[in-house]
Design a protein around this ligand. Structure first.
Ligand SMILES: [Zn+2]
Ligand SMILES: [Zn+2]
Length: 236
C-alpha cells in the first residue's frame, strides 16, 4: 500500500484530517495511532501489515454496505468510496462529509444489516425476542453490533425458556465481537463470538431453577449458572 493510500484509508475513516500528499508526518502517525487504539491493535502509529489488513477489512465492509453494484469492493478507500459515503449521508439526512467516522460507519453498517434479507425471515417465527436484544454490548466501539447473526436455534431455545417460565427474559450478553469478548474475560473459543451463546436471567427465577429447565432442552450443548441469577447457554 502506498503512503497516499494509507492516508486515504485514515482519511475516509475520520482519523486523518490533513492533505493526502503521500508524506508520512506526525498527522498521519497520530491518525494511525487513533485507529489502532479504537480497534485494539498495538498503538505504535506505524501503518504496518496488521493495520493495513484492519483498514482494508473495515473499508471492504463499508463498500459492501454502500454499493449499488457499480463500486469496486477492494478495501481501498478513494474518491469513489467517499462519494458513495456522501450520497448515503445525503439520502439519510446526515451532514454530508464523505467521511465514515466511527458513528457514521456503524450507522451505515447497521442500516445495511437491517435491510439484508438473508436469514432474517426466521425472526417472524420468534415470539418473544428481537434481533437487537442479541447485539454486541461493546456499544459500537469495536463492531457494528452484529459481526455475526444470532443463531436461529439459540433464539428458538430462548423462546422456549420464556414460554416455559411465563416471565420476562433479560439478555445480558448475546453476540460478542472479538475485542468485547476479550474485555469481558471470555475464552478465545467463546460461542458468544459465533452468535451461538447467550447469558440471561428470568425475572423472579433463580439461576438454579432456570438451569434445571435449560438442561432438559436437547438443543442446548452447554449451560451453567454464572451467579445466583444469570445463566449461560449455548448451542452447537
Ligand atoms: Zn462489539
Ligand atoms: Zn456466556
Amino acid at each position: 500500500m502506498t503512503t497516499k493510500q494509507k492516508q486515504w484509508q485514515l482519511w475516509i475513516l475520520g482519523y486523518y484530517t490533513g492533505i493526502i500528499d503521500g508524506r508520512w508526518g506526525v498527522g498521519s502517525e497520530n491518525a494511525a495511532r487513533a485507529l489502532q487504539q479504537d480497534y485494539g491493535l498495538t498503538d505504535d502509529g506505524i501503518f504496518g501489515a496488521q493495520t493495513e489488513a484492519l483498514s482494508m477489512d473495515i473499508i471492504t465492509k463499508l463498500q459492501k454496505a454502500l454499493t449499488d453494484g457499480s463500486m469496486a469492493i477492494d478495501g481501498l478507500a478513494g474518491m469513489e468510496t467517499s462519494t458513495a459515503v456522501a450520497a448515503w449521508q445525503s439520502a439519510h439526512g446526515q451532514a454530508v462529509t464523505g467521511i465514515a467516522d466511527v458513528p457514521t460507519l456503524h450507522l451505515i453498517l447497521d442500516t445495511a444489516a437491517d435491510k439484508n434479507p438473508t436469514s432474517e425471515n426466521w425472526w417472524d417465527g420468534i415470539k418473544y425476542f428481537s434481533r437487537s436484544e442479541f447485539k454486541c454490548k461493546c456499544g459500537g466501539k469495536y463492531c457494528s453490533g452484529f459481526p455475526v447473526e444470532p443463531e436461529q436455534l439459540l433464539v428458538e431455545q430462548a423462546d422456549q425458556v420464556r414460554e416455559h417460565f411465563g416471565a420476562r427474559v433479560y439478555v445480558s450478553s448475546g453476540i460478542r465481537c472479538e475485542i468485547h469478548n476479550a474485555n469481558e474475560g471470555g475464552v478465545a473459543g467463546s460461542r458468544h463470538k459465533l452468535g451461538k451463546a447467550m447469558d440471561f436471567r428470568v425475572e423472579g427465577k433463580s439461576a438454579s431453577a432456570v438451569l434445571a429447565y435449560v438442561k432438559t432442552l436437547p438443543a442446548i450443548r452447554y449451560t451453567y449458572a454464572i451467579d445466583g441469577s444469570y445463566v449461560h447457554m449455548d448451542v452447537e
